[in-house]
Design a protein around this ligand. Structure first.
Ligand SMILES: Nc1ncnc2c1ncn2[C@@H]1O[C@H](COP(=O)(O)OP(=O)(O)O)[C@@H](O)[C@H]1O
Ligand SMILES: [Mg+2]
Length: 324
């Protein structure tokens, strides 16, 4: 993608929308959510989060890339698992079925990376009730993909839980949990297969499920995006593993690394650094690269100088109340 296009967009990103005629608003870390009865409008902004904090600067085109990556994979997995998507009326917007979220994040891991590797490296051999063999290396493929669910902790980081703990914490029916666990693994397998066909490995990823007003279980939020997933390049994977070198990643990991290099890792008292424009543009490039690589499509940036106005006009059919 043209460097100039990214630079031109640095001052035209979507930091936050505040449409007052689209229903009750909830600002998540990355998405602005508008609730209207059985429907939820998800506007994916250009905000970026790391270590559970929203960073002070936006990333050009990130919202568009994230929303379109999710839309691509919702579509590509619909035969396996029903999802919340009703339509995608704008590059940054998904209209979804409003669901009651299941309070468990279904994390699936095919490789030993990130948090799982740090635990393993410390000597842990049981993760969420699953035992891991000795002698695994960082980034090594697991004998088979495992589900390592987490529940939202009141304070701080998400908590790893076993099936038993997940059931006790949430009151979810065992059969429902097992259905979702099966779906999560099936989705991971599909995601990994699709990634492999594009020269990537789907290392780990996170799924959220919800219940529709009709009582049906569906996949919600986002799927196989760079924010919810970690990908490696397949090319060179084995050599890097054998030589103990870090893998080439396509994920937000390099943003986390940059932040850590600048003294921020989300701890109390850590001061948030300012992301220079050159770095913001670099992050865009990585997101574009991941989108193109994983979908096999060319990214078509929408360079509207006022994306909020564009989004609002695309949502004309969804106006529910008088604007103030
Ligand atoms: N179809 C849906 N119904 C209800 N909630 C949803 C649906 N899809 C996503 N969500 C929720 O909406 C929010 C999306 O915004 P996001 O920026 O990801 O928020 P968060 O900071 O909570 O991760 C998330 O809290 C997610 O759980
Ligand atoms: Mg989220």
């Amino acid at each position: 993608m043209d460097k100039q296009l990214i630079e031109d967009q640095l001052d035209h990103t979507i930091e936050q929308t505040g449409f007052d005629d689209l229903g009750e608003i909830y600002h998540g870390k990355v998405r602005d959510n508008y609730r209207q009865g059985d429907r939820r409008i998800l506007v994916t902004t250009d905000r970026i989060s790391a270590f559970d904090h929203v960073l002070p600067q936006t990333i050009p085109f990130k919202g568009q890339i994230l929303n379109q990556t999710a839309a691509y994979f919702f579509d590509a997995t619909e035969d396996l698992v029903p999802n919340h998507v009703l339509s995608v009326p704008d590059p940054n917007v998904t209209i979804a079925k409003e669901c009651t979220p299941i309070p468990i994040e279904f994390v699936v891991r095919g490789y030993l990376a990130g948090h799982a590797w740090r635990e393993y490296d410390r000597g842990t051999r049981t993760l969420c009730g699953k035992s891991l063999p000795d002698g695994l290396r960082e980034s090594e493929q697991l004998p088979e993909p495992i589900l390592t669910p987490t529940t939202k902790a009141e304070e701080g980081h998400d908590q790893d839980v076993s099936r038993k703990e997940a059931l006790a914490n949430t009151g979810l029916a065992p059969a429902t949990y097992d259905q979702l666990a099966e779906w999560a693994l099936a989705l991971y397998r599909r995601g990994h297969k699709m990634a492999t066909e594009q020269g990537l490995l789907l290392v780990d990823t996170k799924y959220e499920f919800g219940r529709t007003p009709d009582g049906d279980l569906v996949l919600i939020d986002e799927v196989h995006t760079p924010d919810s997933s970690r990908y490696y390049y397949a090319d060179g994977y084995e050599d890097r593993l054998a030589e103990g070198r870090p893998q080439r990643q396509l994920s937000k990991e390099f943003v986390r690394e940059w932040l850590m290099d600048h003294g921020f890792q989300g701890r109390a008292g850590d001061e948030m650094p300012t992301l220079p424009d050159a770095f913001r543009a670099k992050v865009t490039k990585r997101y574009v690269e991941l989108f193109e690589k994983v979908t096999g499509q060319t990214f078509e940036p929408d360079t509207h100088p006022n994306p909020e106005a564009r989004i609002h006009s695309a949502l004309g059919d969804y106006v529910v109340q008088e604007s103030h």
